[in-house]
Design a protein around this ligand. Structure first.
Ligand code: NAD
Length: 293
């Protein structure tokens, strides 16, 4: 027997993750009934039902989506992985399976957490709008800087003096070569699969069939319990590996506080109605001004 979807009943796929858990907590506070679907359970919370499973498994998803009208998809393998097959399986095939399961379970709305990197091709973007085309040669920003870090360290172990810093600055403009870009792309297919994932979700928006979709594109997310961004920065700084400048020192990077991303996700879910102009669209989300990095 199928339970009739209730508008306040939602599921968070990837709800055990950093963003997912913040979203779950906010949804509970707003009176939603929340189910979490994730390959791991990282916490317990009164009022939350956990379903442990792989999002590539439609049967497991169907069990978790019983009676659910709203699905937030915030699951992804860790972006630093270089397992191309895993990204393709989870981000592309898995998202396809999620959309199929949503249709079969009678889910009415799907909100995807995409990424601003889907439009980043290695050149600066300021005040980038949503009509920017998808990147043809997506680069993972973090990996690019990691590779550059390694290089700089190999080239210049004594970066602590002003002279060395100057040298590094002279050396670095040459490092943005096509070869490096190719390397990065081969190393990190994450962004490529995020583009495919977003396209799949937005294309699935079908008012006739009664499935509405929208995507939110944050860049770096920070906030309490962040397992990646700030801890990695702090660790890198402690190890003395940040004593150089990449580029001319005026690079900007966009970071968004996790609660603002959560706010954007819930706002888009609540505004998603058949007559709404946001149906099938992607939106960048940011705090305010980008940060000098
Ligand atoms: P996270 O790693 O903390 O959480 C991801 C969750 O997905 C984990 O709990 C993991 O167990 C789950 N998961 C992975 N594979 C799964 C599978 N096959 N089936 C079910 N669950 C699976 O990551 P996060 O930082 O919370 O990111 C959430 C989303 O936001 C991701 O889609 C990510 O691409 C996007 N995003 C994150 C950032 C950031 O800075 N953290 C920036 C831009 C976009």
């Amino acid at each position: 027997t199928r339970i009739r979807p209730s508008s306040k009943r939602c599921a968070v796929i990837g709800g055990s993750g950093f963003l997912g858990r913040h979203l779950v907590e906010k949804l509970l506070g707003k009176g939603y009934t929340v189910s979490v679907f994730d390959i791991r359970q990282s916490y317990e919370l009164p009022g939350v039902t956990f379903h442990q499973g792989d999002l590539c498994d439609k049967q497991a998803l169907l069990t978790a989506l019983q009676g659910v009208s709203l699905v937030f998809h915030c699951a992804s393998p860790a972006p630093a992985s270089d397992d191309k097959a895993l990204f393709q399986r989870v981000n592309i095939q898995g998202t396809h399976t999620v959309l199929q399961a949503c249709t079969e379970a009678g889910v009415q709305k799907v909100v995807l957490t995409s990424s601003a990197s889907v439009v980043f091709e290695g050149t600066d973007i300021k005040d980038g709008r949503e009509d920017l085309p998808y990147a043809k040669k997506p680069i993972d920003y973090y990996t690019e800087t990691k590779i550059e870090q390694e290089k700089v360290r190999t080239l210049l172990p004594h970066t602590e003096t002003k002279i060395e810093q100057e040298k590094v600055r002279t050396l670095l403009p040459h490092t943005e070569t096509k070869i490096e870009q190719e390397k990065v792309r081969t190393l990190l297919p994450h962004t490529e699969t995020k583009i495919e994932q977003e396209k799949l979700v937005l294309k699935a928006c079908d008012k006739e069939k009664g499935l509405l979709t929208v995507a939110i594109r944050p860049h770096g997310i920070f906030g309490p319990r962040d397992p990646q961004l700030v801890p990695i920065l702090v660790d890198t700084a402690r190890r003395g590996n940040m004593k150089f400048i990449i580029g001319d020192g005026s690079n900007l990077v966009d970071f968004t506080f996790v609660d603002n991303v959560v706010h954007g996700l819930i706002l888009s879910a609540e505004s998603l109605r058949p007559e709404s102009p946001i149906c099938g669209k992607a939106y960048h989300i940011t705090n305010d001004e980008p940060v000098r990095f």
